[in-house]
Structures are given as C-alpha cells and as structure tokens.
Design a protein. Structure first.
Ligand code: ADP
Ligand code: MG
Length: 480
C-alpha cells in the first residue's frame, strides 16, 4: 500500500520524503548502487566489506530537452576532436611547453609522450572513453562545457543504476509527484563502455588475452568499476584483471614483438581508472609502469596522447580563435563545438589577469589537475593571482583562467549515508563518449549515456567521491 502522504502541487510532505528516501537507500543496496564506506578502513581494499548506498539525489533534476539534445550531439564531435588532436604531437608538446616548466606531473607525462614521438611509435588501434561535462549558465541560458575528461572517467557503472532507481521511484510515487518516468532518459553507459572495451579487445583477436584495469591501491568506488568487469565477462566473454601501477611494474614486461604480459597473462587492452593524479605516482616504479605500458602494443585507454588532450591547458588552447580549424574541416561542427566553450584564457593575457584581480567572482582559476578539489574561486583568485605575479617567471603558466559559470539553483532532496536533507542545489551534466578506431576505420563513435551530478549550490567543487556532490539523473522538460 502507498504510504499516507499529502502533497502540494507535486511536492510531497516531509514524512513522505523520509519514506521515499528509506526505500531508495534499500533499493540501492539491493541493486549494487553502492560505494565503500569511509567509516570502514577495509572498504577500499576488500570487496564486499563496508558498503554504503551511493550518495544520491532522491529525484531526478530538470533540464530542458533542447540542452540534452545539444549535449548528446556534441559527444561524437568531441570524440573525433580528441583523436585528431592526439595525432599532432608537436601541438601537444608546444602548447604544454610552459606548463611543464612549473608542473612536474605534466612534465613527466610529456617526457613519455616525447619518447614515443622520438621512437615514431604509432597507435593504430585507439580507444577513447571520455566524458564531457557541462553546466547550464543562467546568465546566458546556454550550455557551457566545464571540461573534457579523457582519462579514468568515473561513474559509468553507477550512473546507469541511478536512472533505474529514479524511474522506479517515479513509477511507484508518480501520481503523487506529478512526474512521468518516460521523461528520464535511458542510460546504458556501463554496457556501452564494456562493449567498447570488448571491441578493442576483439581487434587483437587473441582469445587468451585480458583487459587490464589500472586501479588505485585503495578504491572506495570499486563497485562502479566492477559493473564494467561484470558486463565484459557476461556480455562479451572477456576477462578483466585489476592491477595497480606498482603491480604492473613488478609483474609486467613487454615481449620483443610488443606484447604486454602481466603476471604471465597477455594484456591487449589497458583501461586506466588510476594514473590521472600525481598521487598515483608516489615513486619511480609507477612511472616506469606507465612507460612500459605505453611502449607496448596494447591498446591504452587512454594513450599518453589522449591523456594530454584532456588537460585543462589544451582545453584552453583549443578555445583560441582558429585552433579548432586546424583539426576539423566541417564548419557547422566547429561552430557547434565552439558554442559550448566558456571563456578560457592563459595567464599570459595581462588584460584578463587584471580583470580577474578586479572581479575575481567572475572567474575560476584552474591548475593542471584532475579529480576535484584543486580549483580556486572568489577572493582566493585575486590573492593567488597577485602572489603568482609577484613570484614572476613561469609561475602563472601552471594555471588557466576560466569564465565562471552560474547555474540556476533549485531545491532537491539529497540522500547520503541514509540521511535525507533538502538543499539548494546546482547540477552538472556529463555525457559519456566512446571512440574506437583501427587505422582508417572508425569502429565506434558514439555518445554513451550520461552522468548527472548535483551539489549544494554553495559548494564550489563538484566531485562525488570527494564528498561534494551526489549522483543524480535527468528529468527532461519542454520549456527553454
Ligand atoms: P576536475 O578535474 O577537478 O574535475 P573541473 O574543471 O571539472 O576539474 O572542476 C571541478 C568542479 O568545479 C566542477 O565539477 C564544477 O562543479 C566546478 N567548476 C569548474 N569550472 C567551473 C566554472 N567555470 N564555473 C563554475 N564552476 C566550475
Ligand atoms: Mg571535473
């Protein structure tokens, strides 16, 4: 029987919300929408221990359908762009040349990239599993790109289940909520990512080979990853092994013909779910593992070039006038890509630095880092810019400046650790994309489902794992 609840214009009362939240949390536990619980020290290393439901929004967040279509349409364009840019080694090296002077991590990546250029190493089979993230800017009512991720994009596994959860809740409580489950778009990200990995594996035609997932030694988001492992095995008959970078260093070697062998197993696809942050390289061992894999003939998802294309510096370079034109021919497609670019500037631009010091709230200052918690906002932008200017030299090159996007806030119920609370929130939409090609043949170039993340509007950062945001899904509306 339905719980006794009263509603005002589709808004259930507090008791009803509590009841729904309990049901939602139970549903998560029963459907694998779970993460490791910080409170349990073993939850990041021992599977099946210390689970908690993933932080979720109780109901999907609204987005006008036109923006959804726009974001979906952009996915294959960004996939193609990444591939084209990745082939221009000089562009990557030149664009990042100043960054490398001040950023050791970028510098190490560029060293590996340079080695591959010098050896004239060609990646014939190229696999990209990307996610392009957007926010709807309320000032301009336009969808603007936050960033394009080309390495270790998270939540392709869990996001598909959030969509199912929301459809289930709407089906159960729909007439009270005045919502229609059909307006929550389907989300097959996990199946599509698994399929792309399997297809890359297929290109090698080595039955005994495995997909190797590179993971962090401690990973509380492991169930997101295990969803892909499951589909790889069940839908494609492909085995996945999980290794840390230091395990690859200890157990890996490359045969004279280029074959990557780890612990006596042939690896034809390396899928990185680690390796995007300097923290993943505590010693030389991890760097030599990265180099070893890059030197092998295995498909790297991503290759060192694809990884570099996803840096914030390259995002900013691509936004300069006439740069997209170097890589793409189709004028309409170029215009579509450019339409979603926010203002992006290098700190060479003295005028922009000056105006950011004067109006710091209109900018975000970003270092060359991934994974959340690194950006600088508000008055800190002013302070940092003044300090960096004083330091002089190339200190400014470690950062880019970005136009601050102001999404409209709305009320949502967030459920975290079994506790539901209502807050003013903003959302970020990520569209997954898969790209696979073998020489001249494009085998896959698709959008692959979506990730909606919702966070309290007063929080600047957006990471779910970092504890800022919750997983969400989309509710498409007509109005623009
Ligand atoms: P990361 O690599 O850490 O994910 P992002 O560029 O995605 O770096 O920034 C992290 C978060 O900061 C985003 O998820 C978003 O919530 C917020 N953010 C980033 N850029 C902007 C911007 N230009 N305007 C407003 N918020 C932003
Ligand atoms: Mg991000």
């Amino acid at each position: 029987p339905l719980p006794a609840m009263s509603t005002t214009e589709g808004k259930p009362d507090a008791d009803a919300v509590e009841e729904m939240a309990r049901e939602a949390a139970a549903w998560c536990a029963m459907h694998g929408l779970v993460v490791g619980d910080r409170a349990d020290p073993r939850s990041g290393t021992v599977p099946g221990v210390g689970l908690v439901h993933a932080p979720i929004s109780l109901l999907p967040s609204r987005l006008p359908e036109s923006f959804w279509s726009q974001a979906c349409e952009l996915a294959p364009l960004f996939n193609e762009l990444v591939d084209r840019v990745s082939l221009d080694g000089d562009f990557l090296q030149d664009s990042l040349s100043k960054t490398r002077q001040v950023d050791d991590f970028t510098s190490r990546l560029l060293d590996i990239h340079r080695k591959m250029m010098d050896a004239n190493k060609k990646e014939n089979i190229r696999l990209g599993l990307h996610r392009s993230d957007y926010m709807l800017d309320s000032e301009t009512n336009s969808l603007l790109q936050i960033e394009l991720n080309t390495i270790s994009v998270s939540f392709p596994g869990l996001c598909s289940i959030v969509t199912e959860l929301h459809r289930t809740l709407i089906n159960q409580y729909g007439n009270l909520l005045c919502l229609d489950a059909k307006r929550v778009p389907g989300n097959e990200a996990s199946r599509q990512f698994a399929k792309a990995l399997a297809k890359a594996w297929d290109e090698f035609n080595v039955d005994s080979a495995v997909v190797m997932m590179i993971v962090q030694p401690e990973e509380r988001n492991m169930y997101d990853q295990y969803w892909l492992v499951k589909y790889l095995r069940e839908s494609h008959g492909v085995t996945t092994i999980r290794k840390t970078l230091s395990e690859v260093e200890a157990e890996g070697r490359v045969l004279p013909d280029g074959t990557l062998v780890v612990n006596d197993r042939k690896v034809t696809v390396v899928y990185f779910r680690a390796g995007y942050t300097p923290n993943d390289y505590p010693s030389e061992a991890e760097w030599s593992a990265r180099l070893l894999m890059e030197q092998s003939s295995a498909v790297k998802c991503p290759s060192i070039s694809y990884h570099l294309v996803g840096t914030k510096k390259i995002q900013q370079e691509l936004a300069k006038p006439n740069v997209l034109e170097r890589f793409l021919e189709n004028k309409e497609e170029i215009a579509k890509l450019r339409q979603c670019f926010a203002g992006l500037w290098s700190l060479d631009d003295e005028e922009v630095v000056k105006s950011a010091i004067e109006n710091p709230d209109l900018f975000v200052l970003k270092p060359q880092r991934e994974g959340g918690g690194n950006n600088i906002y508000g008055l800190d932008v002013r302070e940092a810019l003044i300090r960096l200017k004083k330091e002089g030299g190339d200190a400014l090159s470690a950062y880019i400046l970005m136009q601050r996007i102001f999404p409209k806030a709305s009320l949502a119920s967030l459920v975290r650790g079994g506790v539901c609370h209502e807050a003013l929130t903003v959302s970020e939409l990520g569209i997954y994309g898969a790209y696979l090609r073998n020489k001249d043949k494009v085998i896959i170039n698709d959008k692959c489902g979506y990730l909606m993340r919702t966070k309290v509007s007063s929080s600047d950062e957006g990471g779910v794992a970092a504890g800022f945001a919750v997983l969400d899904s989309l509710y498409l509306t007509d109005k623009v």
